[in-house]
Design a protein around this ligand. Structure first.
Ligand SMILES: NC(=O)c1ccc[n+]([C@@H]2O[C@H](COP(=O)([O-])OP(=O)(O)OC[C@H]3O[C@@H](n4cnc5c(N)ncnc54)[C@H](O)[C@@H]3O)[C@@H](O)[C@H]2O)c1
Ligand SMILES: [Zn+2]
Length: 364
């Protein structure tokens, strides 16, 4: 059992015996609260019975459901949940457990942060992406009119309980998506972590436990230093200025849209190219990282209209006035916030990204 707890932020429970640790943690809260568990249809089918069998005291919890998918990370899902909570007489002492991926955590966190001006919630991430990134840090929110995360709050969960047991049923494509965020943590923070990750040639049979612990530690160190993203926390957005634009574009134009982690992987390729041109990131390092991303991410059908991506970038929350914030790398572990690349530089970087994904012949 391993509990990381710092000052006012949430408890992170990972390692062995996470469920009994969570059960003890909840019983220590000394409150006779009603517990709600939020699921989507996949986590209801594949994760709920495991969770309840490990924490029998939650078997009387009230189940709340929304449909899976990024397209449902919206106001309609929140309204449905606020109504469900209200119909079940939830009050300010109620507790919401978000059992699912980043989408469930983002919607559930936002609903909890706003219902009756805020009820407590616990995140139990069931995807790799949510385990390594989305479940901690206190950001939640929903998409609005096709734009990512336009409405939301900074509210910490009471606790985050991470068990890789849930990964057994997660499709390989979602494992890859989570791997994208993990690569990001290594590149912005720790060259030794990057060396460890770079040695992974296949995502089957990886022991995720130590990697999750390392990623969570990196994210929490950054978030604890700058919860409201005034400065340092922005570095966690490496790959995301472009990634969010690609994700929004893909949601609008593609039947099978890019997953968040896939969009971030492509975004990191673009932003590494910008890093080389603007602040002198070593070309050979960029080539090695891009090759590694191409090895794992089969995005040969990646397609986008550069003009529309440029317009989506300007809607990004990381835009202040006319300036768009990009996180670039001076070197591995040395992120730099760069305010406004020239439009032509961004165009060239996007073109480079398209070329590189299309050139690759995939073996898997
Ligand atoms: N709040 C944050 O700090 C933060 C950080 C990163 C990403 N995000 C958000 O997270 C979302 C992406 O999260 P995600 O990649 O977890 O996607 P997701 O939550 O949409 O889950 C992906 C799919 O996996 C299914 N699923 C979940 N757990 C499963 C399991 N154990 N077995 C089988 N299927 C399972 C889900 O039902 C869904 O169909 C995006 O909306 C992104 O913006 C938030
Ligand atoms: Zn992300």
């Amino acid at each position: 059992m391993h509990v990381i707890n710092q000052n006012h932020s949430s408890e992170v429970i990972l390692g062995d015996d996470v469920f009994s640790t969570l059960e003890q943690f909840l019983s220590r809260q000394h409150r006779a609260y009603t517990v709600f568990i939020l699921v989507d249809e996949n986590t209801e089918k594949l994760c709920l019975s495991l969770f309840l069998s490990c924490i029998p005291s939650l078997k009387n919890a009230i189940l709340l459901k929304i449909h899976s998918g990024e397209q449902n990370k919206n106001l309609a899902s929140c309204e449905s949940l606020w109504n469900q909570l209200s119909q079940h007489n939830a009050d300010r002492h109620s507790l919401l457990i978000n059992l699912g991926g980043g989408m469930i955590g983002d919607v559930g966190g936002f609903v909890a942060a706003t219902f009756m001006r805020g009820i407590s919630f616990v995140n139990v991430p069931t995807t790799l992406l949510a385990m390594v990134d989305a479940s901690s840090g206190g950001k939640n929110g929903i998409n609005l009119s096709g734009l990512k995360n336009q409405v939301g709050t900074f509210t910490n969960p009471l606790a985050v309980c991470i068990s890789p047991l849930f990964l057994k049923t997660l499709p390989p494509r979602d494992i890859r998506a989570g791997f994208g965020e993990l690569i990001k943590h290594a590149l912005i923070a720790d060259i030794n972590y990057w060396k460890e990750i770079k040695a992974i040639r296949s995502l089957e049979n990886v022991d995720w436990n130590p990697l999750i612990a390392k990623s969570v530690q990196i994210k929490r160190q950054i978030v604890n230093a700058d919860f409201k993203e005034k400065n340092l926390r922005k570095t966690l957005n490496f790959g995301h200025t472009i990634g969010h634009a690609l994700e929004s574009y893909s949601m609008k134009h593609h039947q099978d849209p890019l997953k968040h982690g896939e969009a971030v992987a492509a975004g990191m390729v673009t932003e590494l190219f910008l890093s080389v041109g603007i602040i002198g990131f070593p070309v050979s390092q960029m080539e090695a990282i891009v090759d590694f991303i191409l090895l794992h991410f089969n995005l040969s059908e990646l397609e986008f209209d550069i003009k529309e991506i440029l317009s989506l970038i300007s809607h990004d929350k990381k835009t202040v006035g006319k300036d768009t914030h990009f996180v670039l790398l001076k070197d591995i572990g040395y992120p730099v916030i760069h305010n406004q690349p020239e439009e032509q530089e961004i165009r060239d970087a996007l073109q480079f990204t398209l070329n590189r994904f299309h050139q690759t012949t995939y073996t898997s």
